[in-house]
Design a protein around this ligand. Structure first.
Ligand code: ZN
Length: 69
């Protein structure tokens, strides 16, 4: 279980956003993390090849957590 760190800009609560996680078409899937307070967000990332939703989620959370605080 990976924990989302607070927003690097304002310390606000972050939310994971994912697109169409239950559809099989990988072209439609994406993930990003966005701050609920200031709307600061990671780039939107897409699955590589047949990457699982779980792996996609973990990658975007790592991206968010690596932001300098
Ligand atoms: Zn923020």
């Amino acid at each position: 279980m990976i924990i989302l760190e607070p927003c690097p800009k304002c310390g606000g609560k972050a939310k994971l956003r994912r697109g169409l996680p239950n559809l099989g078409n990988s072209k439609e899937r994406f993930a990003m993390v966005q701050c609920l307070t200031c709307n600061y967000k990671t780039p939107t990332i897409k699955p590589k090849g047949g990457e699982s939703n779980e792996s996609l989620k973990n990658r975007v959370i790592e991206l968010w957590n690596q932001e300098p605080r």
